[in-house]
Design a protein around this ligand. Structure first.
Ligand code: IPD
Ligand code: CA
Ligand code: CA
Length: 271
């Protein structure tokens, strides 16, 4: 089995486990004021880690709920980066927008990225240099040319109260784009940029496991991923700006403006 197929099979198995638990009464605990962890997060992560350990016992694993595995004699060149349930708040409320997302890093570069949405049975997959697919069919980013014609998406970190600028950035972009969404799963947001359903995505405070697969999906689908200042994207740093490439500069400029320029009426922005 290729590593890509291994990642796909693993994500699908974990996704089916999530679907099986969805809508049932589950143990839920809190990692922070509004940051939940359910027994589904834990069970999905266990399944994924067990599969990796049995197929690739020496590889390093970075998983949201368990941190980085300390495999002292292991091959640190290979690292699996896992979010076993992206969209936990949605999942816990029965809002059907959540995913399993798995990436493989080789020598510091993401070489495989898979995001599986079990609700819609959609497998987004990419391998470095080979393009990105949705259920096996090649995908590409949108060709939307202007922010005024764009549907964009964002998310808010759990510690948003401690951060400046989040609401300002939202306001600035809300006044310039055709529409702004907040769906609650960064992995799905990014997969949707890769297949052209969204034209752009921005968020700060994300972790490597939220963005690793999406980063490769978007790059392989022809899009662009950077930090807000346009510097090359590292999954270990925040914030993220991911677009179809065409509206990137426009979004970057707005994110770097200091204050929201709120027009008197939204219609004014279109003139
Ligand atoms: C969260 C989701 C959400 C994003 C948060 C993430 P989780 O991940 O991706 O869309 O806005 O910043 O932490 O906690 O559901 O795995
Ligand atoms: Ca996540
Ligand atoms: Ca998660």
């Amino acid at each position: 089995m290729t590593m890509l197929n291994f990642a796909i099979e693993t994500a699908v198995e974990a996704g089916k486990l999530l679907l099986d638990k969805a809508g049932r009464k589950l143990d839920v605990s809190k990692k922070g004021d509004i940051n939940l962890v359910t027994e589904a997060d834990i069970a999905s992560e266990k399944l994924i880690i067990e599969r990796i350990k049995s197929y690739y016992p020496k590889h390093t694993i970075l998983a949201e709920e368990s941190g980085e595995s300390a495999i002292s004699d292991g091959d640190k060149l290979w690292k699996w980066i896992i979010d076993p349930l992206d969209g936990t708040t949605n999942f816990a409320h029965g809002y059907p927008c959540f995913a399993v997302t798995i990436a493989l890093e080789y020598n510091g570069e993401i070489v495989i990225g898979v995001t599986y949405d079990p609700t819609r049975d959609e497998i987004f997959a990419a391998e470095k240099g080979s393009g990105a697919t949705l259920n096996g069919k090649r995908i590409s980013v949108s060709s939307t040319e202007k922010l005024a014609d764009a549907l964009i998406v964002t998310g808010f970190p759990y510690d948003f109260v401690k951060r400046d600028g989040i609401v300002e950035n939202l306001l600035k972009l809300l006044f310039k784009a055709r529409g702004v969404r907040r769906d609650g799963s960064a992995a799905i947001d990014m997969a949707y940029v890769a297949c052209g359903r969204f034209d752009g995505f921005w968020e700060e405070g994300l972790n490597p496991w939220d963005v690793a697969a999406g980063f490769l999906l978007i790059k392989e689908a022809g899009g662009r991923v950077t930090h807000y200042d346009g510097s090359p994207f590292s999954i270990y740093k925040s914030p993220i700006l991911a677009t179809n490439g065409i509206i990137h500069e426009e979004m970057m400029q707005i994110l770097n403006e200091s204050k929201p320029q709120i027009p008197k009426s939204k219609a004014e922005t279109r003139i």
